[in-house]
Design a protein around this ligand. Structure first.
Ligand SMILES: Nc1ncnc2c1ncn2[C@@H]1O[C@H](COP(=O)(O)OP(=O)(O)OP(=O)(O)O)[C@@H](O)[C@H]1O
Ligand SMILES: [Mg+2]
Length: 455
């Protein structure tokens, strides 16, 4: 994908010259003739790097614009000046400019500075991702009898080779259970291969799981190993197993019985040794009754069932969960929060139909929306109040997005609220919701994942 460079200069000829040079190198360019115009563009367009002139005519100057840009995002900014002195350069880099180039502009210098800036930004992003990933060994928080029971089952089943069916409502922590089993299993050194059956278009699930031979269907330009192959000798986590077609279920059953299968479009039999962990929030007994799920597969999978309890059955875990969530939000850069005993008691009286995920989103929402460090009962009540008759809190009762300080947060809050509402309307059925809101199922799933509505 081409990188997008925003050129900010009040002189038309310079903008054109820079755009020419950069487009020749394969970059996409956007242009603004003033700082104000540039800031507006940054709100709406996606940009990877900014070239910013220090002298910008009558409006805001480049150094002030640099500060505003750095406040909003972490894009690399390269300053340009015809009147460059060491002092301005030092001033600009102190304020976070990535580099400084002087007019007259040299072709090579620009291309080098831009490439360096982009490389630096990419490394910074990767670093951040790694840092985010590293300390995240998510644990199942909770000391309730129900949670202890789940942890005991995990400890017992993990070191064996048994296939496990993890069941429970939405957001109860099924994925965390699968990760915990993997961590305590004999193949913990090998990554667990995950497949979310709901996220893959129906017609591609088989090829995703079993791989395909070259030319087996339109678009299969090369042979490809499936997830079962990739997980050989280790664990495959089949999430949302209730979303698989009957044909795929039949193949899975065969693997379970014989540990072998054929690739899509191939006749060769592939032998693997895979341990499958499966999860679902569906009522599989009901699906069996309706002919949507194979009874024999269910019984084979259900040898070791782990039922993850809904949050309403272990409300006593809420204080620990909230404390953990507030801590992890603070680690991500949100303000540190504390809750009064009454605030916690109010949360413990709520049924949490969306379970731990709903609780986590709620705590995040409070952390974003409340100004005070200590959150009390009144605030919890205000934000727990049902949306429909939320008139008491005025605009906030209708939509949090309107109260958000910046556009990005507002957009995220709105999307989250809208999609959560639609999902609820459609009984948490992703396919049906996708159809109703006019999105492709896999696209909707990606969106729900990025908004933390599903995992
Ligand atoms: N016991 C727990 N302790 C701490 N965090 C938890 C716990 N259970 C769930 N969570 C958090 O709640 C969120 C939802 O958990 P998870 O994705 O495992 O649920 P799920 O049952 O797989 O949901 P879905 O059916 O929607 O896929 C995650 O952010 C997870 O970290
Ligand atoms: Mg899940």
């Amino acid at each position: 994908m081409s990188n997008r460079i925003l050129i900010v200069d009040d002189e038309t000829s310079i903008r054109h010259a820079l755009a020419g040079v950069l487009e020749d190198e394969g970059f996409i360019t956007l242009a603004a003739s003033s700082a104000e115009e540039a800031l507006e563009l940054l709100d709406t367009a996606s940009v990877d790097l900014v070239l910013l002139d220090i002298w910008l005519g009558d409006g805001m100057d480049g150094i002030a614009a640099l500060e505003r840009i750095r406040e909003r995002c972490s894009l690399p900014v390269i300053m340009i000046s015809g009147h460059g002195t060491i002092e301005t350069a030092v001033q600009a880099t102190r304020r976070g400019a990535f580099d400084f180039i002087e007019k007259p502009l040299s072709y090579d210098k620009i291309v080098l500075a831009v490439s360096n800036g982009l490389r630096f930004a990419r490394l910074e992003r990767e670093n951040l991702l790694l840092r985010e990933k590293a300390p995240q060994t998510p644990t199942l928080t909770g000391e309730s009898a129900a949670m202890r029971q789940v942890r005991r089952q995990i400890e017992m089943v993990a070191p064996t080779e048994a296939w496990v069916l993890i069941r429970g409502e939405h957001g109860t922590g099924k994925e965390l259970v699968a990760q915990a089993i993997h961590r305590l299993s004999r193949s913990s050194e090998q990554p667990m291969v995950e497949v979310n059956c709901a996220a893959i278009p129906e017609e591609l699930i088989e090829s995703e799981l079993f791989g395909h031979e070259k030319g087996s269907f339109t678009g299969a330009n090369a042979a490809r190993r499936g997830r079962f192959d990739q997980a050989d000798g280790g664990i495959l986590f089949l999430d949302e197993i209730g979303d698989m077609s009957l044909a795929t279920q039949a193949k899975i059953l065969r693997i379970l019985q014989e540990q072998r299968f054929e690739r899509v479009g191939g006749s060769k039999t592939v032998k693997v040794n895979v341990r499958v962990l499966a999860a679902t929030n569906k009522n599989l007994e009901e699906d069996i009754e309706a002919g949507r799920f194979r009874a024999d597969l269910f019984w084979r999978l259900n040898v070791v069932p782990i039922q993850v309890p809904p949050l309403r059955d272990r409300l006593e875990d809420i204080p620990l969960l909230v404390a953990d969530m507030a801590r992890s939000l603070a680690e991500k850069g949100l303000k540190a929060r504390e809750f009064t005993a009454d605030a916690i008691a109010t949360m413990m009286a709520h049924p949490w139909p969306g379970n731990v995920r709903e609780l986590r989103n709620f705590v995040e929402r409070l952390a974003i929306m409340c100004q005070e460090r200590i959150i009390d009962e009144a605030q919890v009540r205000l934000f727990l109040a049902p949306r429909a008759n939320g008139a008491a809190s005025g605009i906030a009762g209708r939509c949090d997005a309107l109260l958000a300080a910046d556009y990005k947060t507002a957009k995220r809050l709105f999307e989250r609220e809208y999609l959560q509402h639609k999902l609820q309307e459609n009984g948490h059925n992703i396919s049906r919701t996708a159809e109703r809101v006019g999105l492709e199922r896999s696209h909707l799933h990606k969106k729900l994942k990025s908004l933390d509505i599903v995992q």
